[in-house]
Write a protein that binds this ligand. Structure first.
Ligand SMILES: Cc1cc(N2CCCCCC2)n2ncc(-c3ccc(F)cc3)c2n1
Length: 240
């Protein structure tokens, strides 16, 4: 007998926001028009996720591999956080959203980092959705960085090899979300079905949801569809 359980929204949703360039290409627009529309959709989906009671929304905004894109595109992308916060911080504060950033942020431009730190400061006392931007982030680099930190702790006598376990390791990851690090639902837009070096440790038990929709067109209705799909997959939670 399968015990019916109340559908639960996923606590931590992560999204690979793909398809912005192709969205623009389909409209005979420059790629940056797709990025700009994708940024507008970040606000729409963050507000929707907050209303649905999702605790953390982690968005793959810029990967460690994206530095290989054309210089002018990287330069435009590095300015997007500044544009985003100039436009949306008042609304994020009003909506009780908390802004966080996860990544190797020591390597990003000063103006970008200043805008991010200001947004984190202005929203730190909010209690709603944690809007977590994975920015200059790479899953393999995160794991190597954690291993290096732990090796140093062993070398300095702070910890023995026998004491290293999953809890110790996860404390050295870049995600600092408390008990909400592990992802429950990963969504990837635009038809690709790859993880692409995103949250490799945190995705260990995540449900994976892929849609052909390009990110700028990924609507609140599509988010709801992904969540309903997640709930149906987990409805048999009580069964073997
Ligand atoms: C690099 C990049 C690209 C970017 N796109 C729009 C979303 C689709 C992905 C490509 C383009 N967006 N959208 C929002 C941000 C952002 C990042 C950090 C932050 F703290 C606040 C906002 C962003 N960053």
């Amino acid at each position: 007998m399968t015990k019916e359980i109340t559908p639960q929204v996923p606590k931590h949703v992560a999204i690979i926001m793909d398809g912005n360039g192709r969205w623009a290409q389909r409209r005979h627009l420059p790629r940056i028009a797709g990025h700009r529309e994708g940024m507008e959709n970040v606000r729409r989906i963050a507000i929707a996720a907050n209303k649905l009671g999702i605790k953390v929304l982690t968005l793959y905004s810029f990967s460690t591999e994206n530095w290989n894109r054309p210089r002018d595109e990287v330069s435009f992308l590095m300015k997007l956080p500044v544009v985003f916060f100039n436009k949306f911080v008042p609304e994020l504060i009003d909506q009780n959203v908390v802004v966080k950033i996860t990544g190797f942020i020591d390597q990003i431009p000063t103006d970008t980092l200043k805008a991010v730190r200001e947004a984190e400061e202005k929203t730190k006392n909010n209690t709603g959705l944690i809007l977590n931007f994975a920015f200059n982030y790479g899953g393999k680099a995160e794991i190597v960085n954690a291993a290096r930190e732990i090796a140093l702790d062993v070398k300095n006598g702070f910890i023995t090899p026998e004491e290293i376990d999953e809890s110790v390791f996860s404390k050295h990851l870049l995600t600092k979300l408390g008990n909400l690090d592990d992802v429950d639902l990963l969504i990837r837009t635009s038809g690709e079905q790859r993880i692409s070096n995103f949250l490799l440790w945190q995705l260990a038990y995540a449900e994976l949801y892929f849609t052909d929709t390009f990110w700028p067109d990924f609507s609140e209705e599509e988010l709801l569809k992904a969540i309903e799909n997640f709930e149906n997959r987990n409805r048999r939670y009580g069964a073997l």
